[in-house]
Design a binder for this molecule. Structure first.
Ligand code: NOJ
Ligand code: CA
Length: 689
């Protein structure tokens, strides 16, 4: 009794002060609640229907110039607003995206000297939370250097996590699935001996997008949105209370970000869902990005392409000229163009077309490529007009070999050269250690560079696909010509010398990397043992052929490469036609039965003609999915064209085991489809007249 009285008094004494300070923000549907407390260090917490998912977690900065910590604040004021609008992306998984949230803006003054003013903006959506910091223009404080962002995500429990190790230079890892307490990032990093440039951070560091699953069955997804002038946020895990702390990627001298007032940080995003499908369906990251500026984007044209590319990866040809096996020669490229024309494929990427490949890799060299000088056996002009005469366009390749200074100096000329040759898509690449020396792929300087290239290309109506860039954060909403990037372990990694991809990899990618934006995953390998040209090769593609086809629907991207060599694709002409026919822009998408590490199944309706596609992928286990066609138009009959694994298909033992079947269904009917070990399926449902 005494004890109870004592706590009552304490409450009475403390609560008035606290009550005034604690601010709350609730999502439009009332389920998600954010609580912000500026007392004793600024903190926020997040709960869903009363269940605390993010415990009180710190916010703030430490600056190195001026040297000051911004973590204790006085609240100057706050503003709230509600937004409910719908917008139309240039391309995407659905034609209308609802952007509905409640926003709270806190105006804060640091208790430090100088008394820096910052604003923290929170948004509560029905599917999660976004927040960011803004530095308004103010007297006596303009340029500053960020030493660290103090943002935390205090989880308070040992969730299951789908993670890759923290690293300043690469995201091309296989995913690890463990409890947070089992994260061993250095060990995971060290295992990955096929990744050329790595800069591991420490044993407790992981990258975002990070997918977490709580014991109560909540799916929590942590990432960021609108990363333009700032380093990538990696996360340091404190295993004591399972707190994830922001760790920004440093520059060569250890600073994190050079900013001036009138700016904001990227958004920190937390998607929350009680189902795995809810994570896949969330548009929160896109919604947190700025709309594209008004203008004409009809020149941003979704497309499929093939490439003079895989033949170098598997050792049939080379990028360099002096080997005597130079793949990008005029006659060979013409064959690719003919193949593309035959199947109605829009683009042909040509790698190794330009001088410099003799000694491009690993030397941290400055002037390797000039991006405008073809090798002597590559008739640039002739090929681009040959392509055009066949209704195909060449796709340019700018491998920078990490020498970004060199690329920036030559960028205008390189893009002009493309325009001159009627090429409107470029694949950029950043293999190797970055120049300026000491910069990392994920640093502020590089993130500015990726956006700079995107903007410069847009001035010339050029579309960009990047490799080895930092992972995307939804910027394709703002810059629709920045169509896709690799920024994770892609299909091409199947060819890595020691170890490629596991069958479960793609089922995790959908929940992690793909939430930031489209991936240049390059599905479409139809030949699975990769030792045809170099018998010593051990690696192989660990999927079935039906799964390769399914990926064109499961992984949304407005630009998709059919990865394999024309001669391998040519063995399956019907399958190539089926794939070429798959739309790149959708009216709507519904994720069906999905779970990270197990399977992903999605139904998508084409924007143009109302045709539906349903596709699924499995991990190393065979699985059966029951499809419920309640999404089809009532009373109508649809013709089904199904491509699935044969009974004896298996990613290792029989990857090419495939069946193609026709049938018909009506809305509301059900159908069971089996996926083999490492398998998948894809079906087209066309409305009968
Ligand atoms: C790595 C890229 O991911 C790959 O697609 C490309 O072929 C090579 N670099 C050469 O640029
Ligand atoms: Ca790569």
């Amino acid at each position: 009794m005494k004890k109870a009285l004592f706590s009552l008094i304490l409450l009475f004494l403390l609560s008035p002060a606290f009550a005034q300070q604690i601010t709350q923000l609730t999502s439009p549907d009332g389920k998600i609640q954010i609580e912000i407390n500026p007392e004793n260090g600024l903190t926020y917490s997040v709960s869903h229907q009363g269940k605390l998912l993010i415990q009180p977690s710190r916010l703030g900065f430490s600056l190195t110039k001026p040297e000051v910590k911004l973590s204790e604040f006085d609240l100057l004021g706050s503003e709230e607003k509600s937004v409910d609008q719908t917008w139309t992306p240039v391309y995407g998984e659905r034609s209308d995206i609802r952007d509905q949230y409640r926003e709270l803006r806190l105006r804060l003054k640091a208790k430090s000297q100088p008394a820096v003013e910052i604003q923290v903006v929170f948004r509560a959506y029905n599917d999660g939370v976004g927040f960011r910091y803004e530095f308004p223009e103010q007297e006596g404080f303009k340029h500053f250097i960020v030493g660290e962002e103090l943002t935390e995500f205090r989880l308070g429990a040992d969730h299951l996590a789908f993670w890759i190790p923290g690293d300043y230079d690469t995201n091309e890892f296989l995913y690890n699935t463990t409890r947070l307490s089992e994260v061993k990032a250095l060990e995971a990093n060290a295992k990955e001996i096929d990744i050329a440039v790595k800069s591991p951070i420490g044993d407790h560091f992981v990258q975002t997008p990070l997918q977490l699953v709580t014991d109560a069955g909540y799916y929590i997804h942590i990432h960021e949105a609108a990363l333009v002038n700032y380093p990538v946020m990696q996360l340091e895990l404190d295993k004591a209370d399972f707190t994830l702390k922001s760790h920004l990627v440093p520059d060569a001298v250890g600073n994190k970000a050079y900013l001036q007032t009138g700016t904001s940080t990227p958004w920190r995003s937390i998607i929350i869902s009680k189902t795995p499908e809810g994570i896949l369906a969330s548009d929160l990251i896109l919604n947190l990005n700025e709309p594209a500026s008004e203008g004409d984007y009809t020149w941003v044209t979704p497309q499929k392409f093939i490439g003079v590319w895989w033949e170098m990866h598997v050792g049939k040809g080379t990028w360099d000229y002096s080997s005597g096996k130079h793949a990008a020669n005029t006659a060979n490229v013409k064959k690719y163009i003919d193949f593309a024309a035959k199947y109605g494929i829009e683009g042909v990427l040509v790698e190794g077309w330009n001088e410099g490949w003799e000694d491009w890799f690993g030397n941290w060299k400055e002037e390797v490529f000039d991006f405008v000088t073809p090798y002597p056996d590559y008739a640039m002009k002739e090929l681009s007009s040959y392509a055009r005469s066949k209704n195909v366009r060449l796709i340019m390749h700018h491998e920078t070999s990490g020498s970004v200074t060199n690329y920036e100096r030559r960028l205008d000329d390189a893009l002009d050269f493309m325009v001159q040759h009627d090429i409107n898509t470029v694949k950029t690449g950043y293999v190797g250690k970055i120049i300026p020396r000491g910069e990392h792929h994920d640093s502020q300087w590089m993130n500015r560079h990726y956006v700079h290239v995107g903007k410069k290309a847009a001035e010339k109506k050029i579309m960009v696909v990047s490799h080895e860039s930092s992972r995307p954060t939804g910027l394709h909403r703002t810059y629709p010509n920045m169509m896709a990037s690799e920024a994770a372990r892609g299909n091409e990694f199947n060819n890595a010398p020691t170890f490629g991809l596991t069958p479960e990899h793609e089922t995790i990618l959908a929940f992690t990397r793909l939430k930031g934006g489209p991936m240049d995953y390059t599905p479409g390998f139809f030949d699975f043992k990769l030792n045809r040209f170099e018998p010593s090769r051990k690696t192989q593609v660990n999927t079935t052929i039906a799964k390769q086809a399914a990926l064109f629907v499961v992984f949304y991207s407005p630009i998709q490469m059919l990865g394999d060599l024309p001669e391998n694709l040519e063995k399956y002409p019907d399958l190539v036609r089926f794939i070429v026919d798959i739309p790149l822009n959708w009216q709507e998408s519904q994720y069906i039965k999905s779970a990270p590490g197990d399977q992903v199944v999605v139904a998508r309706k084409a924007k143009e003609n109302g045709v539906w596609y349903v596709a699924g992928i499995s991990d190393e286990q065979a699985r059966e999915v029951e499809l419920d066609f309640s999404f089809l138009e009532k009373g109508k009959t649809y013709t089904v064209h199904l491509i699935q694994d044969s009974q004896d298909a298996h990613y290792d033992l029989n990857p090419t085991g495939m069946e193609s079947k026709s049938s018909s269904v009506k809305a509301g009917q059900k159908m069971k489809v089996r996926m083999a070990e490492g398998g998948g399926f894809v079906m087209k449902l066309s409305l009968n007249n």
